[in-house]
Ligand binder design. Structure first.
Ligand SMILES: *Cc1c(COP(=O)(O)O)cnc(C)c1O
Length: 341
């Protein structure tokens, strides 16, 4: 049997239909703006999101970096969650490359940032301080969907304080599918949105940053500066177009499998957090390294952590649920919680 990889939804292999779409792609030099497939992807995603323009980039990290740099000048500041990807997992890029100061604040249990805390972190207009310019949110955040009324409140809040509002929507479509809403019910609240194609949507490479024409023009200049200008990138954009067509609605299947895994683990006595989308969080404490090794011998791959994250995706199938639960059951027998090893 093949390996069941639950570390992330980035591990998917492009399907054979996706590879065929890539093979057929019409290409051109995208730095000259001449790749018709890249242009189509940028237009298609921007128009779906209700934003004026899009920019295809190699990664979500670059997309967020360009977004932050296109909103902020040197000495500006963005307010962001302590656990947010744009703060914690992007190598400090905004600070290093953009001279933009992050102001991280603790997130709430639902993945949102308390607007009263955001308010308290906004700096007065005074030369002692960095200029607070932007609020960055993430949706989904650790698998959690931000409520639509929270997004509306965040929009009103940022308008009133003349802040820009950026969404790290690496898993935007997981949120859309979970809420059963139109994608614009989420995106209309934001000035800019970054979407990953290589997470649940299952492409090998790529993200798209969307925003106004002027914003994307600035981001396009910055993309060249950081070395992200790609040439016959239509071969990659074709995978993105294929994914938007074929891999959005099916995200419900990932969510369903995550629910089944969570329910099964809870039945086995594991402490499982409520599941909303494609991520299951399980408290395994200091048993994490042993569990990882145990599962690896059964061809199940995990990233060991006390708060263990299991992620479902295109390459996790219904027939995998039982072997996963069997392995966790066998592990629980061999290593009971609380036992001294
Ligand atoms: C994966 C991820 C990114 C970055 O995407 P890469 O393509 O891995 O650089 C950004 N934000 C979130 C929330 C992510 O999960």
């Amino acid at each position: 049997m093949s390996i069941i990889d639950l570390r992330s939804d980035t591990v998917t292999q492009p399907t054979s239909q996706m590879r065929e779409a890539m093979l057929r792609a019409k290409t051109g030099d995208d730095v000259y703006g001449e790749d018709p497939t890249v242009n189509r992807l940028e237009r298609e995603l921007a128009s779906r999101l209700g934003l004026a323009a899009g920019l295809f980039v190699p990664s979500g990290t670059m997309s967020n970096l360009l977004g932050l740099m296109a909103h902020c000048e040197r000495g500006d500041e963005y307010i962001v969650g302590q656990q947010a990807h744009t703060y914690k997992y992007e190598g400090g890029g905004a600070a290093v490359l953009g001279s933009i100061q992050p102001q991280p604040i603790e997130m709430e249990a639902d993945g949102s940032l308390d607007l009263a805390r955001v308010e308290a972190a906004i700096k007065p207009d005074n030369f002692h301080f960095a200029r607070t310019r932007l609020l960055a949110l993430e949706n989904t955040m650790q698998g959690k969907v931000l409520p639509l009324d929270y997004l509306a409140a965040a929009r009103a809040f940022t308008h009133a304080r003349r802040l820009q509002l950026h969404l790290d929507g690496a898993r935007l479509f997981n949120a859309v599918v979970k809420l059963g809403c139109d994608v614009q019910d989420i995106t209309r609240h934001f000035d800019s949105v970054s979407v990953c194609l290589s997470k649940g949507l299952g492409t090998p490479v790529g993200s798209v940053l969307c925003g106004s024409e002027a914003f994307i023009a600035r981001a396009r200049r910055l993309r060249k500066m950081v070395g992200g200008g790609m040439r016959q990138a239509g071969i990659l954009a074709a995978a993105g177009l294929y994914a938007l067509e074929h891999h959005v609605e099916r995200l419900v299947e990932d969510h369903r499998l995550a629910q089944r895994i969570a329910a099964g683990l809870a039945e086995l006595g594991y402490a499982v957090e409520p599941v909303q989308t494609n991520m299951v969080y399980v408290d395994v404490g200091d048993r994490a390294p042993a569990l990882e090794a145990f599962c690896a011998r059964r061809d199940i791959r995990l990233t060991p952590a006390p708060r263990l994250r299991l992620v479902t995706h295109l390459d996790v199938r219904p027939e995998h649920v039982q072997p996963i639960l069997d392995s966790f059951a066998a592990f629980a027998q061999a290593h009971p919680a609380g036992a001294v090893e």
